[in-house]
Design a binder for this molecule. Structure first.
Ligand code: GDD
Ligand code: MN
Length: 409
């Protein structure tokens, strides 16, 4: 193809190779994740053929998780293409869309890689411009953005999706103000990245937002943007779902709590959110009187204490679910779920043992209401709980300790 191919086998980061790259804008590998897109393949390859090879030598790598005949359709359509086309079919769709893109990034040999959807929502005519902009600006990442002048999201299905997309973009930018500086559209699935900027070993792709993953974990040094109009899908339907929405929240949480300090803040926020089910249950038990006599004062002792214990289980369950899903997702493997739940619940209720006399004191001696007293006591015992949870529930066990020995008995 071009002299650029000679630079391909070079080591990443080799200054000689990089010098050559700047002098000679090289070929581009277009990575396309596909999941049951057989009706879009021909059209996509046709549009790429029309607008890319004349301006930029290219190859296309499909990373496919389809359960339909998409791979066969690709192989057949490839025969009419003036550039190489490869299909990487995965038996297990690990990481979903993002996992597929990372496989494509690893397989790419060109200096530049462009990632785009397989449903023609991303105009291939922009591929040469993305790469040219990266060369001109000496950028490592070029984002095709719907949110700068000249761009738009015409193809987003309806006002609901527009609102969700806008909310997600705002939340994401708020969570990563520094890492996403200069990126107006971190949700975009259309971008160009230099192969030398891809640090595949640190990536933990999870679902749709692979650009976000790359921007936060690979930290490309220089970023540029090009406006684009998000088109209508050519055929078929979006593969996104409510489940994908939850996966996105987990992805955000995983990215945001990568450091221990951030994890403690996350633990605190989850703990604080646990006030809601805890206090709601307490309210139901006392004010609504779901528990007979619980609305009476704590003088007899038992009714209020019982209400507190029961209400606490709602907070415990809520916190456990969120912590498992959002905070310690990667650190669950070394204990079974019931072991983790048991330990977590034990810790949470152990602090009840501390908390109940405290609450009783606040109520009886200082005349506080049951709700404010409970809230105050929950805050006080939070730190203990965090330290205990990290150490006793989610820290990998040491080898050959007593637990193992006891198991053998
Ligand atoms: N290999 C693989 N595995 N491909 C997948 C998977 C998967 O699990 N899920 C989806 N894809 C492919 C689709 O076949 C399509 O080619 C591309 O990824 C995008 O999927 P769509 O289902 O069409 O996504 P969308 O249009 O709702 O969302 C797109 O636009 C958003 C911006 O609004 C994506 O580009 C998102 O990343 C982007 O945020
Ligand atoms: Mn789409």
């Amino acid at each position: 193809m071009t002299s650029h191919e000679h630079t391909v086998p070079g080591e990443l980061g080799d200054p000689a190779v990089q010098g050559a790259e700047v002098a000679e804008p090289g070929a581009v590998t277009i990575v396309v994740p596909t999941f049951n897109e057989s009706a879009n393949i021909r059209q996509l390859l046709h549009r790429i053929t029309e607008s890319v090879p004349a301006r930029l030598p290219c190859e296309v790598v499909f990373v496919d998780d389809s359960t339909d005949d998409t791979p066969e359709v690709i192989r057949e359509a490839a025969q009419d293409c003036p550039f190489p086309v490869a299909v990487l079919h995965r038996e297990e769709p690990v990481g979903g869309l993002g996992g597929a893109v990372v496989e494509g990034l690893k397989a790419a040999a060109s200096e530049w890689i462009v990632v785009m959807d397989g449903d023609c929502q991303h105009p291939p005519s922009l591929v040469p411009e993305l790469v040219a902009t990266g060369e001109r600006a000496n950028a490592a990442l070029v984002v095709a953005s719907r949110y700068i002048k000249g761009g738009s999201r015409a193809g987003l299905a309806d006002s609901y999706r527009v609102a969700v997309s806008r909310g997600a973009t705002w939340l994401t930018k708020a969570l990563f103000p520094r890492r996403l500086r200069g990126i107006s559209d971190p949700m975009s699935g259309f971008f160009a990245i230099r192969r030398s900027a891809v640090t595949a070993e640190v990536l933990k792709p999870l679902g749709y937002k692979i650009l976000l993953e790359l921007a936060v974990r690979s930290r490309p040094r220089q970023v540029a943007e090009v406006p684009f109009v998000f088109q209508d899908r050519f055929a078929g339907e979006s593969k996104s779902s409510a489940q994908e929405g939850f996966r996105f929240l987990r992805h955000l949480a995983g990215l945001r709590t990568a450091s221990p300090v951030a994890r403690m803040v996350g633990f605190g926020l989850i703990g604080a959110s646990g006030f809601v089910p805890n206090l709601a249950a307490l309210w139901a038990l006392t004010v609504l009187g779901l528990l007979p006599h619980a609305q009476m004062s704590s003088h007899g002792g038992t009714p209020l204490v019982l209400a507190e214990i029961l209400a606490n289980q709602f907070g415990v369950a809520w916190n456990f679910l969120l912590i498992e899903q959002l905070l310690f997702r990667d650190r669950r493997a070394h204990r079974r779920w019931w072991d983790r739940l048991g330990r977590f619940a034990l810790l949470a209720n152990a602090d009840l043992v501390l908390r109940i006399p405290l609450i009783a004191l606040l109520v009886d001696r200082f005349g506080m209401g049951a709700l404010p007293a409970t809230a105050l006591a929950l805050v006080l015992t939070f730190v203990l709980r965090f330290v205990g949870t990290e150490a006793l529930v989610y820290l990998p066990r040491r080898r050959g300790n007593r637990t193992t020995a006891r198991r053998a008995v």
